[in-house]
Design a protein around this ligand. Structure first.
Ligand code: 13P
Length: 252
C-alpha cells in the first residue's frame, strides 16, 4: 500500500517570517483536518529553521529544495547536506527542472547529490520530466529513462524506500497547463516499469511517484484517482492556505 504524499515546493517565494507565519497556520489546519497522507513543505534554505519551528508537532516534513554535492569545502554560495542535517532537515528535493534548466544541473551532478544524500540517510524527492520540445519529438520515454537510470545510478535496492520520484513535465510547470490525468498516469506507469527493470517489481510497486505541474484544488482528485499517481509536488498552489489545504485534504 503506497501512502499518498503531498508536497509543496515554495521555490523562491516567502521570506522567513512570511513562511513561518503561513507554516504555523498550515500546521494547525493539517492537524485539525486529521489528514492521512504524508505532507511536506520545502521553503528556501534561509527559511528552514523558522518554518521547522513553526510546524513542530504537526507531522509536516520540512525539506530543502536543493543541496550541494559536497560535504564541505570551497564551494561559495552552496549549502551542504551536513548543514541541513545539523538543523534537523532530513529531506531534500533534487533535480528539479528549474535546477536543470537555469543552473546547468546534469543527470550526473544530480546523481552525485542523490548518492550523497542517501549516504547521510536522508530522504530524496528526485524530479524527472520532459520539455515540450522533447515530448513533441516523441522522446518522453527516452528522457525519463535516462533521467532515472543516471539519477539513480549506484543507489542500492535497500536504499530505494528513501527515494520518491516526482514526475514534472516542464511544459506543465507554472503554466496552468496540467497534464491530463491519463497522460500523467502513462508517464508514471513508464517510470514504475523502468524502476522495476532497474531494481525489481517489488521496489517499483512500493515506489511513491508524485505528479507536479499546475496541480490545483480543482484537479488534484482526478490525478490522485489514477493508479500510478501517489501524490503531488505542488508549486504555486502550495503558497496559500486556501489553495494548499484543499489539495492536502483532497480525499475528504
Ligand atoms: P507549479 O505547481 O507552480 O506548476 O510548479 C510545479 C513544480 O515545479 C513543483 O516543484
Amino acid at each position: 500500500m503506497r501512502r499518498p504524499y503531498i508536497a509543496g515546493n515554495w521555490k523562491m517565494n516567502l521570506t522567513p517570517s512570511e513562511g513561518a507565519e503561513y507554516a504555523k497556520k498550515l500546521g494547525e489546519a493539517v492537524k485539525n483536518a486529521g489528514v492521512d497522507c504524508r505532507v511536506m513543505i520545502a521553503p528556501s534554505f534561509v527559511s528552514l529553521p523558522a518554518v521547522s519551528e513553526a510546524v513542530k508537532g504537526t507531522g509536516i516534513t520540512v525539506a530543502a529544495q536543493n543541496m550541494a554535492n559536497h560535504l564541505s569545502g570551497a564551494y561559495t554560495g552552496e549549502v551542504s547536506p551536513e548543514m541541513l542535517k545539523d538543523i534537523g532537515i532530513n529531506d531534500v528535493i533534487l533535480g528539479h527542472s528549474e535546477r536543470r534548466q537555469y543552473y546547468g544541473e546534469t543527470d550526473e551532478i544530480i546523481n552525485s547529490k542523490v548518492l550523497l544524500a542517501i549516504s547521510l540517510k536522508m530522504e530524496v524527492v528526485l524530479c524527472v520530466g520532459e520539455t515540450l520540445e522533447e515530448r513533441e519529438e516523441g522522446k518522453l520515454e527516452e528522457i525519463l529513462e535516462r533521467q532515472l537510470r543516471v539519477g539513480l545510478k549506484d543507489v542500492l535496492p535497500e536504499e530505494m524506500p528513501r527515494i520518491t520520484i516526482a514526475y514534472e513535465p516542464v511544459w506543465a510547470i507554472g503554466t496552468g497547463r496540467t497534464a491530463t490525468p491519463e497522460d500523467a498516469d502513462a508517464a508514471h506507469k513508464f517510470i514504475r516499469e523502468t524502476v522495476a527493470s532497474i531494481y525489481s517489481e517489488d521496489i517499483a510497486n512500493n515506489l511513491i511517484i508524485q505528479y507536479g505541474g499546475s496541480v490545483k484544488p480543482g484537479n488534484i482528485r482526478a490525478l490522485m484517482e489514477k493508479e500510478n499517481i501517489d501524490g503531488a509536488l505542488v508549486g504555486g498552489a502550495s503558497l496559500k492556505l486556501e489553495d494548499f489545504l484543499p489539495i492536502i485534504t483532497y480525499s475528504k
